[in-house]
Design a protein around this ligand. Structure first.
Ligand code: XLS
Ligand code: NI
Ligand code: NI
Length: 479
C-alpha cells in the first residue's frame, strides 16, 4: 500500500474514525490486544488492514509476507526456533524512523502519524506497534523512554507523559506473551546531553540523566522487561585537549554503580546490558568494543553486574567483525544480547540495515549456539528501512527478511554440528596441547626451565598446515 500525502490521510482517518466509532468495533478477534486501547486517539480499526498474521510457508513460498525459514515452534538443536531467537522489534526504528538523513527531510508518511509528537499520537503509535508485533508473531520489543512518549516542559510532566503511554502498553500486553526485551533511557537527543550524560562536565546533567535512568528502569520493570540497557550515546569525547578522560570514566563508573544499586532496590531480576560502539556521535566513545568494555567493567569492579549487547554494525565500525565481538563477549561470559543489524561494506557509519547475509548469520548463530542461547537476552532488530523504502508493508518485509536470515543461520549451524568436520578440524589443530606437557601447560604447571629442556630433547618442531581453505570449504557446504 503506497501512502501519498499525510494530510489527506489524516482527514480520511478522522472522518472514518467518526463513522466507525458510531458503528461497531472493527477489531478482529485475533487482534483483540491491538484494539484494547480504544479509539481515544482518533483511530479505530486496523493500522495494517491488508496484512494478516504472518505464517511459515517454507522455502519454496514466493509470498513476501510469509516466513520461509523461521518456523517458530520447530525444534532445532534441542530448542524451539523461537527460544533460540527471541526476536524483538526496535520501537525507535520501526515506529519513530522517519527516513530523514543529514541531507534530506523525512520520507515516510505512515498513515497513523499526523506530523506531531503529541501524547495522542504517541498512544496511537503504540497501538500500531502492538498490531505490528501481533501480526508479525514477535513477542518482544525494545524502547527508549523518549521514543514512546513526548518530552514535557519539566521532568515531572515528561514522566507523566511516559506513565500514560506505559499504562497503555501494559494494557495492550495483557493476555499476550508480549513484553520488552529491554528498555533504556535516551540520553543523547536533547541538547542538555551535548557533552554526554554520565560523562558530562556538568553535574546537573549527570543528575538529570540519573533521574531519567531511574524512571526508565522503573517502567521497564513495570512492563515485565527482561533486561535494561545502557548505550553510551554521547559518553565519549571530541577532543582530548578539553577532556579529562580519567574523571569522565570515573563518573561513568559511579553512574553505573548507582544503577546496579537501584536495580537491587527495585528487585529487578533482569540483566543490565552495556552496548559497545566505537564512535558516532562522538569521535571516540568510551565503550569502544567488547574488549574495551570488559576492561572498564573489570577496572571498576562491575564485571559481575553487566552483560554486553553486541551490535553487529558497531562491531564492524570498531574494525572487527560481528562474530569477533560476539566471541570476545562469549568467552568472557558476557554475551547477553544482540542488536541484529549490519553495516554496508562501502559506508563507514552505523547504517543499521537488516542483516541479509546468510554466511554472516551462520557465524552469528554459531556464537549464539555455543553460548547456549541468549536468554534472558535476544535478537533486537536495531535496524531500519532504507530512506527510499516508504510502503507500510516494507516494515513487515524487512523484519521477515531479517528473521528468516537468522533462522537460516541457525539451520546451517545445525548442519555444521551434525557434520562435525569443522569441530574436528579445530580439535585436531590444538591436539598437541591435549596430553603430557601440553596438558600441563594448560593447567599452568610448567616453567621455562622445563620447556627449555624439552626443546633440547625435541629439536625443531613439526608445524602442520592450518587448513583454512578446508575450513572455508566445510563452512560453505553448510550454506
Ligand atoms: C545506536 C545504538 C542505539 C542503542 C539503543 O547506535 O545502536 O540504537 O541500541 O540506545
Ligand atoms: Ni543498538
Ligand atoms: Ni547502533
Amino acid at each position: 500500500m503506497k501512502i501519498k500525502g499525510t494530510s489527506v490521510l489524516v482527514f480520511v482517518a478522522l472522518v472514518l474514525s467518526t463513522v466507525i466509532a458510531e458503528s461497531t468495533q472493527t477489531c478482529r478477534a485475533n487482534l483483540e490486544a491491538a484494539c484494547n486501547g480504544g479509539s481515544s486517539d482518533g483511530w479505530d480499526g486496523e493500522f495494517f488492514p491488508g496484512i494478516s498474521k504472518i505464517k511459515y510457508e517454507g522455502p519454496t513460498s514466493k509470498n513476501p509476507l510469509s516466513y520461509k525459514w523461521y518456523n517458530a515452534d520447530e525444534e532445532i538443536l534441542g530448542k524451539k526456533m523461537k527460544d533460540w531467537m527471541r526476536f524483538s522489534v526496535a520501537f525507535w526504528h520501526t515506529f519513530r524512523g522517519t527516513g530523514a538523513d543529514p541531507f534530506g527531510a523525512p520520507t515516510k508518511s505512515w498513515p497513523w502519524e499526523d506530523g506531531t509528537n503529541s501524547l495522542t499520537i504517541a498512544k496511537r503509535r503504540m497501538r500500531a506497534h502492538f498490531e505490528f508485533m501481533n501480526k508479525l508473531g514477535v513477542d518482544r520489543w525494545c524502547f527508549h523512554d523518549r521514543d514512546i512518549a513526548p518530552d514535557g516542559k519539566t521532568l515531572k510532566e515528561t514522566n507523566a507523559n511516559l506513565d500514560a503511554v506505559v499504562a497503555l502498553a501494559k494494557e495492550l500486553q495483557e493476555g499476550t506473551s508480549i513484553k520488552p526485551l529491554w528498555g533504556t533511557a535516551q540520553l543523547f537527543l536533547h541538547p542538555r546531553y551535548m557533552h554526554g550524560a554520565a560523562t558530562s562536565s556538568e553535574v546537573a546533567v549527570y543528575a538529570y540523566a540519573a533521574a531519567q535512568v531511574k524512571k526508565a528502569m522503573e517502567v521497564t520493570q513495570y512492563l515485565g522487561g527482561e533486561n535494561y540497557l545502557f548505550w553510551g550515546g554521547r559518553e565519549g569525547y571530541q577532543s582530548l585537549l578539553n577532556t579529562d578522560m580519567q574523571r569522565e570514566l570515573d563518573h561513568m563508573a559511579s553512574f553505573l554503580q548507582a544503577a546496579v544499586d537501584y536495580k537491587k532496590k527495585l528487585g529487578f531480576k533482569g540483566n543490565l546490558l552495556l552496548e559497545p560502539k566505537p564512535q558516532e556521535p562522538t569521535k571516540h566513545q568510551y565503550d569502544w568494543d567488547a574488549a574495551t568494555t570488559f576492561a572498564f567493567l573489570q577496572k571498576y569492579g562491575l564485571s559481575g553486574e553487566f552483560k554486553l549487547n553486541i551490535e553487529c554494525n558497531h562491531a564492524t565500525l570498531s574494525g572487527h567483525s560481528c562474530p569477533h565481538d560476539l566471541e570476545t563477549a562469549r568467552i568472557n561470559g558476557l554475551l547477553g544480547n544482540i542488536d541484529a543489524n549490519t553495516g554496508d561494506p562501502q559506508i563507514g557509519w552505523d547504517t543499521d540495515q537488516f542483516l541479509t547475509d546468510i554466511a554472516e548469520a551462520t557465524l552469528v548463530m554459531l556464537s549464539v549456539v555455543r553460548n547456549g542461547g541468549l536468554a534472558p537476552g535476544g535478537f533486537n532488530f536495531d535496524a531500519k528501512l532504507r530512506r527510499e523504502s516508504t510502503d507500510v508493508e516494507d516494515l513487515f518485509i524487512a523484519h521477515i527478511s531479517g528473521m528468516d536470515t537468522l533462522a537460516r543461520g541457525l539451520r546451517n549451524v545445525a548442519k555444521l554440528i551434525e557434520d562435525g568436520s569443522l569441530t574436528e578440524l579445530v580439535r585436531k589443530r590444538y591436539q598437541s596441547f591435549d596430553t603430557e606437557i601440553g596438558a600441563l601447560i594448560e593447567a599452568g604447571k610448567v616453567d621455562f626451565e622445563t620447556l627449555e629442556k624439552k626443546t633440547m630433547e625435541w629439536g625443531e618442531p613439526y608445524v602442520p598446515s592450518a587448513k583454512q581453505e578446508l575450513a572455508e570449504m566445510i563452512f560453505q557446504s553448510a550454506l
